[in-house]
Design a protein around this ligand. Structure first.
Ligand code: ATP
Ligand code: MG
Length: 397
């Protein structure tokens, strides 16, 4: 099969032989060009459009064709080559094939008859190789698209899961909170009445005051739960970060106390505000505090830091750090922890969605989230977000 417009470059210092080759190849239907010198050939190849080079191994001034071929390859020019060698120059032929020439012809008596066939075979190979490369590129492209679609699908699944999880937790929280509200109110009223009748000198007074304090905490928890489960209508507002972290800590109080975890609050003075969906932000803090708690089953310290921070693009931002002294995350799983459904917790304990949700929410707020961890020493989760100056509000609305 001969393809039209295939161009062969003859590199040959002997004008007579070059003319002979040209005639044979033109008769076989190829376009033919000729360069007598290696330098000219290099320049010609750089311009492109050469499908195959017919390279004499003995060029002028003792330049070896094969050496010239290697220089071309080193320079990133890698044309398909048929080498023309002297008669029975076996050592050269072996070297040539090792260096990647496609074929060779030796200047024996019958080689001219064989030349068009060698050229055709080499060009067919080149053609097949190019088709393979194109198919490969298409496959790679298709694979990349498939990967992207899979990721999109995973994210959608994750959102659905999240919606379902939130809906059921919210419903349950709301009903429990509702049920608790009434008895709490009654106990409070009764207690108030008893306290009013108990003078400060009464030895029972102290115990009653403790009951009153604990009742207040319970009421706070219930109102938090009600707040959490009530879907907010206007989602974006200016949120005081310390306040939200505090609410998350209140909700997680039991989780942390059970594990004898000491909580340190390191807020920079003055309210640090971001424009955010309060519910979502709280979800982030809840997930992070919950993870930290799980990482310290035998106690430890949970530090929550909030400070001002300059974003890489120069905008004012905030930095929130959730630091634990827990089990840490092994290096090999660290890159995976934010993947949806990745969990090391036993079945029924973790869905592996916590951090995936955190990442999503933080990204929706134009922020970033990074995790640093030392196995056996602890973990730091760092979140940065633009401070509340109106810049991230458009995207969220
Ligand atoms: N503070 C931490 N210390 C140690 N390991 C952590 C910490 N936070 C997360 N991990 C690891 O990352 C994994 C994924 O966390 P993620 O919050 O996404 O899911 P989960 O906690 O397993 O389940 P879920 O949050 O859905 O209940 C965890 O299973 C745990 O192995
Ligand atoms: Mg979690």
């Amino acid at each position: 099969m001969t393809r039209k417009h295939e161009t062969i470059l003859i590199v040959e210092d002997d004008a007579g032989i070059a003319a002979l080759h040209r005639r044979i190849l033109e008769r076989a239907g190829y376009q033919v060009e000729w360069c007598a010198r290696a330098d000219d050939a290099r320049r010609r190849l750089q311009r492109g459009g050469i499908d195959l080079m017919l390279l004499d191994n003995r060029l002028e001034n003792g330049v070896e064709g094969l050496q010239f071929f290697r220089e071309l390859k080193d320079a990133g020019l890698d044309p398909p080559v048929i080498l023309v060698t002297g008669f029975s120059d076996d050592a050269t032929i072996i070297r040539a094939l090792r260096q990647g020439v496609m074929d060779y012809v030796t200047k024996s008596s019958e080689y001219l008859a064989y030349l068009p066939e060698a050229v055709r075979r080499a060009l067919d190979q080149v053609h097949t190789r190019r088709q393979l490369e194109a198919t490969n590129a298409q496959l790679r492209q298709a694979y990349a698209e498939l990967e992207q679609k899979t990721e999109e699908l995973q994210q959608t699944t994750q959102q659905l899961w999240q919606a379902a999880k939130l809906a059921s937790v919210g419903e349950m929280a709301a009903s429990i909170a509702h049920e608790l509200n009434n008895p709490l109110g009654i106990i409070s009223l009764r207690l108030e009445a008893v306290l009013a009748k108990t003078p400060p000198s009464d030895p029972r007074r102290k115990a009653l005051e403790i009951i009153e304090q604990e009742l207040e905490r319970m009421a706070g928890l219930v109102s938090n739960l009600l707040h959490f489960s009530r879907p907010g209508k206007e989602s974006i507002s200016s949120v005081d970060l310390a306040e939200e972290v505090e609410r998350a800590l209140e909700l997680m109080h039991h989780h942390l106390k059970k594990r004898a975890i000491n909580v340190r609050r390191e807020w920079e003075p003055g309210p640090l505000r971001v424009l955010a969906d309060r519910q979502k932000l709280r979800q982030v803090f809840l997930n992070l505090v919950s993870n930290a708690g799980d990482a310290m089953p035998n106690g430890g310290t949970l530090t929550l830091r909030i400070k001002r921070h300059l974003l890489p693009d120069g905008r004012p931002g905030v930095l929130i750090e959730v630091v634990d002294t827990g089990c840490g995350i092994p290096q090999d799983i660290l890159p995976k922890v934010m993947d949806a459904f990745f969990t090391t917790k036993e079945e029924g304990k973790g869905t592996g969605l916590g951090l995936a949700i955190c990442r999503r929410i933080v990204q929706d707020h134009q922020g970033s989230i990074h995790i640093e961890s030392q196995p056996g020493q602890g973990t730091i989760v760092r979140i940065t977000m633009p401070a509340s100056n109106g810049v991230n509000v458009d995207r969220l609305r």
